[in-house]
Design a binder for this molecule. Sequence first.
Ligand code: APR
Length: 236
Amino acid sequence: MAAQGRTAAKIVILTGAGISAESGLGTFRDEGGLWAQHRIEDVATPEGFARNPLLVHDFYNARRAQAAEALPNAAHAALARLQREHPGEVILVTQNVDGLHEKAGAAAVHMHGALEGALCAACGTRWQAPLVMRPDVPCPHCARPATRPDIVWFGEMPYFMDEIAEHLESCDIFAAIGTSGQVYPAAGFVQEAAYAGAHTVELNLSDSDTSRSFAEHRVGPASRIVPLWVEEILSQ
Ligand code: APR
């Protein structure tokens, strides 16, 4: 509990693919990662989807099936515990689409969408995706066959940016876990938070592109270093 007369810290946490690596889900840019096996322009852009929607659905259907089988690890569990037990606000922003934060019992802001979402490219209606999605499935609202995964692709605007900016401006601690710092706007969050006066900490297996912007570094696998970091915060 916070000492009397002190307000509890507001914490904003950004997570990336590295937090789910030990749950068996490959990252994007580590050796042998997803972007070594697939071309971004084919499977993660609106243009790629327009060219070959079946290929794009196959890619996300496979990832959805893998994520459905995956279990959260100790890092996801620790963040859920932090959200439950920290007396101040804990805002979890994730670039991940795997749903493992929710499986661990946390609430996350999904800035890059979610594998379990379907989106009508014609009218914008969202609904729960079936395990296997197809482009010719009619939208439940407008009936047009324009079903796409509710995933933010390259060239598209991430979700909840205004809300996230407000949290970054008002947080006391900003942590980035398991993200390479190569994709904006998420890669710029550390600077926004630091500018607003927050203490910044990076938790990663190795250096990221934005490591130099962080005041503190914790190095190691997420399943080991995140529970330790959470324990420290809760015992302060
Ligand atoms: N524990 C902690 N960190 C790890 C672990 C681990 N066990 N394994 C890998 N990492 C770190 C790597 O060191 C790297 O910095 O996770 C990071 C993974 O980086 P990326 O593969 O680039 O994933 P991410 O940063 O989440 O990618 C951002 O790129 O293609 C898009 O939309 C996609 O949301 C994704 C975005």
